[in-house]
Design a protein around this ligand. Structure first.
Ligand code: XMP
Length: 326
């Protein structure tokens, strides 16, 4: 059994110097563990898996095989950024799997939130398993497990492990970040040269935009979630709010209301804006967004996003509302 308790002597990684020392130490340890064998990593593009990838690329180069599964529920520009950063800039061995149709076909008509999560999780394992079977000589599976995942103290339902793989695909685990807290992972990521918008990005749930397109997901409504989310991120960045607000995003519920567009009556979806601050995601407060920022976001969403005629701002704290809508 691997030791899963952070050594008491381990210093908190607060500076790039300390991060560099951690990186050097890990490179030596990873080379020793992996030797000349191959390692597989499910690279979502989130902070943890990206930092693991960057670290392993430094340690074992092309012996690392990254699999990026695009399940169609990622934010705008994310798959492209993973390819740019890892394949183009870091010269990684990256397999990009376009599984959008597979996931959306499986999710068609599935309205119950926990069932949606199950379908997404199960399909992810299936796609990853298929890719793993195509590869020869993989002996290790790298994971972006961090210390809060081990402590299980956080309510953030992290989706780090590819647990659920069949018995014959049980690889030896490589978990170089397992004693780090999130802020330490970010310093390590920054020191490894990952872009700020990858290292400092807000938490994003495993089932992605799927839980923000409430009820049964349809492609057009999912696009409305993706496009409105991109506008909110853009305007939060313009207003200097991106690093001040813990999580901010949009939801597009599965119902419509009447409106007027181009002099004609419309019957379209509302977009709900959510922006919360929290320490541990157990409770959350509402960030007071300046009115002109709200007006700008609303104006852009109702003119740029197809199928939308209204924007609402959810000012419900947690409790009683959860952060996500489902
Ligand atoms: P709630 O909605 O429960 O969310 O207040 C608390 C935090 O957890 C995230 N969240 C998830 N993360 N898989 C994840 O990886 C999930 O199924 C999931 N559901 C919620 C949510 O984004 C928030 O940060």
């Amino acid at each position: 059994m691997a030791n899963n308790v952070r050594p008491e002597t381990m210093e908190r990684i607060t500076t790039q110097e300390l991060a560099q020392a951690f990186i050097d130490e890990q490179i030596t340890a990873l080379r020793k563990q992996i030797g000349t064998k191959k390692v597989l990593l499910a690279l979502s593009g989130g902070v943890d898996s990206s930092v693991v990838a960057a670290l392993l690329i430094k340690a074992v180069g092309k012996q690392l095989v990254c699999v990026h599964v695009n399940h169609g529920l990622l934010r705008k520009g994310e798959p492209e950024q993973v390819i740019k950063v890892f394949r183009d800039e870091m010269n990684a061995n990256l397999i990009y799997v376009d599984a959008v149709d597979r996931f959306l076909d499986k999710l068609a008509g599935v309205a119950e939130p926990e069932m949606k999560r199950k379908v997404i999780g199960a399909e992810f394992i299936r796609v990853f398993e298929e890719e793993a079977r195509k590869l020869d000589g993989i002996e290790f599976l790298a994971q972006g497990t961090i210390y809060p995942d081990i402590l299980e103290s956080g309510p953030v339902k992290a989706h780090h492990n590819v647990g659920g793989l069949p018995e014959d695909l049980k690889f030896e685990l490589v978990e170089p970040l397992k004693f780090l807290f999130k802020d330490e992972v970010r310093v390590v990521g920054k020191t490894l040269g990952l872009p700020d918008n990858m290292v400092y990005r807000q938490p994003f749930p495993g089932p992605g935009l799927g839980v923000r397109c409430t009820g049964a997901i349809t492609r057009d409504r999912l696009e409305a979630v993706r496009e409105s989310d991109a506008i909110v991120r853009d305007e939060f960045a313009n207003a200097g709010l991106a690093s001040k607000v813990w999580q901010y995003f949009t939801i597009v519920p599965d119902y419509k209301s009447t409106g007027v567009k181009d002099g004609k009556r419309s019957y379209e979806w509302p977009v709900v804006l959510r922006a919360v601050n929290t320490k541990d995601a157990m409770s959350a407060t509402i960030e007071e967004i300046p009115y002109d920022v709200l007006k700008k976001i609303t104006s852009r969403i109702i003119t740029e996003v197809k199928g939308v005629n209204r924007v609402l701002y959810d000012i419900t704290p947690k409790p009683t509302g959860t952060i996500e809508w489902e």
